[in-house]
Design a protein around this ligand. Sequence first.
Ligand code: HEM
Length: 203
Amino acid sequence: MQKLYKPLLFSVSLIPFGVLIYNGFRDNLTANPIEYITHYTGDWTLYFLLITLSITPLRNLTGKLIFTCFRRMLGLFAFFYACLHFLTYFVLDQYFDFNAIIEDIIDRPYITVGFTAFVLLIPLAVTSTKKMISRLGSNWQRLHKLIYVITTLAILHYLWLVKADTTLPITFALIFSVLMTLRLPWAKNVKKFFISEIQPSSH
Ligand code: HEM
């Protein structure tokens, strides 16, 4: 089953990238392509972070372990889109101007938190191999809890950069809170509760 779903998920996860390239070739990236690519890749980084975080609640609620097999790939796709997002800023927006970038990181809080989130994603991506998982043992679990900090910073980044309408970042913050709540130990009992409601015990 995994052998079928993994390549499928890989291909589906590449679709946003493919759409971006396609629209680029068709000169269909709005009047401000750099802004468009920055927003597009930022959005997809956040989507993949939240999709990755939904795997554990999905496993807990359905009891299906298969979901866990996809977590690493989804997390790496979050990193992939974060790299595209950062590179858009670094290459297309700032033209490799290190001084301007450092100034931005220091002076603009939304860049400070976005950059921190991106830097924190690097150790997670580097340690995502099977070899690193076994080498780090229980420290791996501890390190990968950083995903919660990263997502919080990413949402803060979004909240601070929007000028007027905060509906979207607040919606993402709510989705994130629900996903976090579903990780709490009682969430496993929700599943047990529903199962016992559907199949009442014979005595
Ligand atoms: C995990 C890391 C990050 C995530 C999840 C993220 C996410 C986002 C999101 C969701 C947006 C708004 C998209 C929209 O309006 O539709 C955005 C915009 C932006 N991000 Fe990030 N970002 C991250 C890291 C960074 C980094 C490292 C930089 C640069 C150092 C950066 C620079 C920007 C800029 C310049 C904008 C556009 C701001 C504007 O239009 O005023 N982001 N990002």
